[in-house]
Write a protein that binds this ligand. Structure first.
Ligand code: ADP
Ligand code: MG
Length: 237
């Protein structure tokens, strides 16, 4: 499903060139649950952005669902992104003035759904993350964990094949973080492909495979024989 072949990424900072990725070759199959780890600056976010079609590699090839996306134009990338990828960020990236329902429905506007479909799909997505009773709330009326659930509902509302989460628990306390991981566990059980970046070993331990980056290279890539499982499932109402 995801295959990067010798991809590199170089950023230009004025006169200086920063080589964020040197040569990354990695395959992630449908239904895998992978954690990217590694020190700050090792290239995790850069790699996630390329996998998520937010950015293109400087050299190398990226094949997503059988299509070479490395040389696509910005418009073509946006189309692939809207269809295939759901993003979850550390900072939630919700619109503060919009209700939960409107935040979750936003990607559906770009996808061309009519208003009643958008409302129905957004409601279902919020229900699936246990927030059916918060549809009219604004983000600042929710806890951090609830905000991240809204962001996850928004990432999933379009039924993407791949969920990419860059430090999804980075702004959450430990108990709330594990609640979010239980939700990810459930999504993985349902067949979603998940890649997340995390610093925390106990969070990475939910994933079935851990890839460590260092200085723009893959340092190790190991299967987790005994991943943590979610216990209490998300209340669905
Ligand atoms: P990580 O997510 O592992 O902390 P990043 O992928 O964000 O690492 O960054 C990798 C390297 O690329 C770092 O040296 C960082 O400073 C640099 N970098 C990341 N984004 C940019 C950018 N937009 N412009 C210039 N340099 C960048
Ligand atoms: Mg990062």
């Amino acid at each position: 499903m995801i295959e990067t072949i010798n991809i590199s990424k170089t950023y230009r900072m004025g006169e200086e060139l920063v080589q964020a990725l040197k040569s990354i070759s990695i395959i992630v199959n449908k239904g895998e649950y992978v954690a990217f780890m590694g020190p700050s600056g090792s290239g995790k976010s850069t790699l996630m952005n390329i996998i998520g079609c937010l950015d293109s590699p400087t050299t190398g090839t990226y094949v997503l669902n059988g299509k070479d996306v490395s040389d696509m134009t910005e418009n073509e990338l946006a189309e692939v992104r809207n269809k295939e990828i759901g993003f979850v960020f550390q900072t939630f990236n919700l619109l503060p003035r919009a209700s939960c329902l409107d935040n979750v429905a936003l990607p559906l506007i770009y996808a061309g759904y009519n208003k009643s479909d958008r409302t129905e799909m957004a409601f279902q997505a919020l229900k699936n993350v246990g927030l059916a009773d918060r549809v009219g709330h604004k983000p600042n009326e929710l806890s951090g964990g609830q905000r991240q659930r809204v962001a996850i509902a928004r990432a999933l509302v379009n039924n993407p094949s791949i969920i990419l989460a860059d430090e999804p628990t980075g702004n959450l306390d430990s108990k709330t973080s594990h609640g979010i991981m239980e939700l990810f566990h459930e999504l993985h059980q349902k067949g979603n492909t998940i890649i997340m970046v995390t610093h925390e070993d106990d969070i990475a331990h939910y994933a079935h495979r851990v890839v460590r980056l260092r200085d723009g290279l893959v340092e190790s890539d190991t299967l987790n024989p005994n991943p943590t499982r979610g216990k209490a499932l998300v209340p669905v109402e």
